[in-house]
Design a protein around this ligand. Structure first.
Ligand code: ADP
Ligand code: MG
Length: 714
């Protein structure tokens, strides 16, 4: 049997001719590997160790090893599943069975009895001794490589060998200058006293020498990995610092709260005193508004923490200073609730000034809309509330001084940019911007992604709230839950019943909600409230016309309706303090922050509230692990930040930042759950690096973020 120079596995031939190379070239493009820097940043998934031959006698079950031996016997089994089976014996006389369920004639020839061969694969021990399935076959006489062999993520038509060669070439040609100052690198956490150059780090990650601790490469704790993650995190922090600096150049009207002015009068008429957290946030905001640069602040606080009143105070400052304020909410329902509350609080104070709170929405009739637009244009509208209709191009403000965006993560960059287009000429005064979110952003994520934002946090709920008791019940207990609702509504309590999303299909959602509505109506037939009147069950879903939604919400809020069956349209912002029971059906299908938001709809009054999570295991009687974790988190904690942190752990940073991330994954290499020290380092150094060498800092940002920078600025 002739000896061959190399014995590549069948699919691993390096493309020889240019005609054949076109395929892999295209595959590279498909993976986005166009430029040399793309290639060098395409990092291995794992490594294979061909650096030494392992005697079978020393191997352990499950090891991935290279073994070498003589073929004792080989044949193609045709009974049962067709397979090529060869028995190999190594120096020590130990044997291993090699199995191939698909194979080429070349492999059969290589495994002819008497041939010497090397095989690489995972060893499995069984009653019949060692075996390997689909090992890679290698020529025994070739010199062993000095380092570990990288295995890259790849795609159809792109052989590993081709990819390896392309990346090795790119590495060789890499001419990257260092863009991080040595002083900064010297302080890099985890670098173990030896700052790696970027080149060294990448070299090691692609071609680790024998003996490199593979585990540290795989779990990304190796100093070479840290060096790379530091680059990425620093780029992000530099970009945010840059955005912050750019913003500092913008001008806005300084809005001062006068003593005895509108904000103070609003505080006097409120039926409650601000919590300490609200007071702090309010002070932050008042200080921002008084500056001649636009505010860029996020007000975050758990559901029910009382963000609206803080927003109202900010609006009052702007109005008092003779400016206009716009407040946008992501849904009509939510905007409507804000409107109701703001009219109640502010309209009596504005009336004497000849100014008003104006509602602006997409669903307006022509005349109403024209009247609203006229009031906005001539400045009579002191506060304009609505959905994103508020910032459509036709809406011309006389003097927009402050824009407030509720549930900011539900708005896109485009909308935020549109807001900025409402600048007041000729001095180009930008409106101040206050964003609000009830989805607390985990601290590390805020550091990483919102570095250009000031943040105020309401970390305290208004007093007198009773904590919500959360119960996890299997679907089988549904009749008892309905019975409980019967008892509660007879005592004048109110309940939400939330129906889940079914396969993203609105029609099916609706069917489920409608059926539940009918069922509850039937179950509550003849039940009367304390006022002696029969209780009503309402149904609220996304397809209803706005007027109907308004009527139903109004009836529920006024206590005329005892039970509100709803799809997730009630997710955000709905505020009915008398509601004390929340039932969430198929809770396993909801996301964690969604569940938390829903639960936040109850516990707003003084009665003890209960949130029932009904779950239905799959047909095999089990819940999937992520669902189980979500439900467990709901039972174990009420703290929105804790929930957010757990949510981050369960599903990664994906959904938090909305459109901010579109166009680019937030972070490719770093992991916010483990790389907090690196993040803190980047945050510390970014301002210094900008100051000391802006040229290099800019180069760094460009290299790592390129076109994505604009997203960070928005
Ligand atoms: P969220 O932060 O979820 O937007 P809201 O602004 O809707 O919360 O406030 C929730 C409820 O708490 C509202 O009914 C609001 O009037 C009430 N509230 C707000 N601040 C206080 C306070 N300091 N004391 C008592 N109740 C308050
Ligand atoms: Mg709110």
């Amino acid at each position: 049997m002739p000896r061959r120079a190399a014995v590549p596995a069948p699919l691993e031939t390096t493309a020889g001719t240019s005609a054949r190379a076109r395929g892999p070239q295209q595959a590279l493009q498909r993976l986005g590997l166009r430029r040399p820097q793309d290639l060098v940043l395409h990092l291995p998934l794992r490594y294979e160790d061909y650096t030494r031959v392992t005697p079978l006698a020393q191997a352990r079950d499950g090891d991935e090893v290279l073994v070498e031996g003589t073929v004792l016997h080989s044949e193609v089994h045709t009974r049962g599943r067709r397979q090529l089976v060869a028995l190999l014996a190594d120096e020590s006389g130990a044997r291993v069975t090699l199995r191939f369920f698909t194979f080429y004639p070349a492999q059969r020839r290589l495994l002819a009895p008497g041939a010497r061969v090397r095989a690489f694969g995972e060893l499995r021990g069984g009653w019949a001794g060692w075996s390997m399935v689909h090992p890679r076959l290698l020529a025994p006489e070739a010199p062993l490589p000095a380092g570990l062999t990288p295995v890259y993520p790849t795609t159809a038509g792109l052989p590993q060998a081709y990819l390896r060669a392309a990346i090795a070439r790119a590495l060789q040609r890499m001419t990257w200058e260092e863009t991080i100052a040595p002083e900064a690198l010297a302080e890099l956490p985890g670098a173990q006293g030896r700052p790696w150059t970027l080149r060294e780090a990448l070299q090691l990650l692609h071609q680790p020498p024998a003996g490199t601790p593979v585990q540290a490469l795989l779990d990304r704790s190796h100093p070479a990995w840290l060096r790379l993650k530091a680059e990425e995190l620093l780029a992000q922090q530099l970009a945010q610092w840059q955005a912050r600096q750019a913003r500092a150049q913008l001008r806005a009207a300084p809005l001062q709260a006068r003593p005895g002015g509108l904000p103070q009068r609003l505080l006097q008429v409120l039926p409650f005193a601000l919590t300490a957290a609200q007071q702090r946030a309010w002070q932050d905001i008042a200080a921002d508004l008084a500056r001649p640069q636009p505010m860029h602040r996020l007000l975050q606080g758990d559901v029910g923490s009382g963000k609206t009143v803080v927003a109202a105070l900010a609006a009052a400052v702007a109005i008092d200073a003779g400016w206009q304020c716009a407040l946008m909410a992501p849904t009509e329902l939510l905007a409507e609730q804000h409107f109701g509350k703001l009219v109640q609080w502010l309209q009596p104070l504005l009336q004497p000034l000849g100014r008003e709170v104006v509602w602006l929405s997409g669903g307006h009739s022509g005349t109403q809309r024209r009247a609203a637009l006229a009031a906005v244009a001539d400045g009579r509208a002191a506060l304009v509330v609505g959905t994103h209709a508020v910032i459509q191009q036709q809406v011309r403000f006389a003097r927009l001084g402050l824009a407030i965006v509720d549930e900011q993560h539900r708005f896109g960059v485009a909308q935020r940019l549109a807001l900025r287009g409402k600048r007041v000429e000729p001095q180009a005064l930008e409106p101040h911007l206050l964003m609000m979110s009830a989805t607390p952003i985990p601290r590390t994520l805020a550091m990483a992604a919102l570095g250009d934002l000031d943040v105020s946090t309401l970390d305290e709920l208004p007093p007198g709230r009773t904590p919500v008791v959360t119960k996890l019940l299997s679907h089988a207990r549904r009749p008892q839950v309905i019975e409980r609702i019967r008892q509660q509504v007879a005592q004048g309590r109110q309940a939400y019943w939330v129906c889940p999303l079914v396969d993203d299909s609105e029609a099916l959602d609706l069917r489920a909600a409608t059926a539940t509505h009918a069922e509850l109506q039937l179950a509550l037939q003849g039940v009367c409230g304390p006022d002696g009147r029969p209780v009503q069950v309402g149904l609220l879903h996304a397809r209803l016309p706005t007027a109907d939604k308004r009527a139903i919400m109004g009836a529920f809020a006024a206590g005329q309706m005892a039970v509100l069956v709803a799809t997730t349209v009630i997710e955000v912002g709905v505020d009915v303090p008398n509601a004390s029971l929340m039932v969430i059906e198929h809770a396993e299908r909801f996301g964690l922050s969604q569940l938390h938001q829903l639960r936040g709809r109850v516990g707003r009054g003084t009665q003890a509230s209960v949130c029932v999570l009904l779950y239905s295991p799959a047909e095999d009687g089990r819940l999937n692990e992520a669902a189980r974790q979500r439900l467990r988190a709901m039972v174990e904690t009420h703290d929105g930040f804790e929930i957010a942190q757990r949510d981050l752990a369960i599903r990664g940073p994906g959904d938090y930042l909305g459109a901010r991330q579109s166009g680019a994954p937030l972070l490719r290499f770093a992991d916010l759950l483990v790389d907090e020290p690196l993040l803190a380092w980047a945050q510390r150094w970014a301002p210094r690096l900008w100051r000391d060498d802006p040229q290099r800092a800019r180069q760094h940002v460009q290299r790592w973020l390129g076109a994505c920078v604009d997203y960070l600025k928005a």
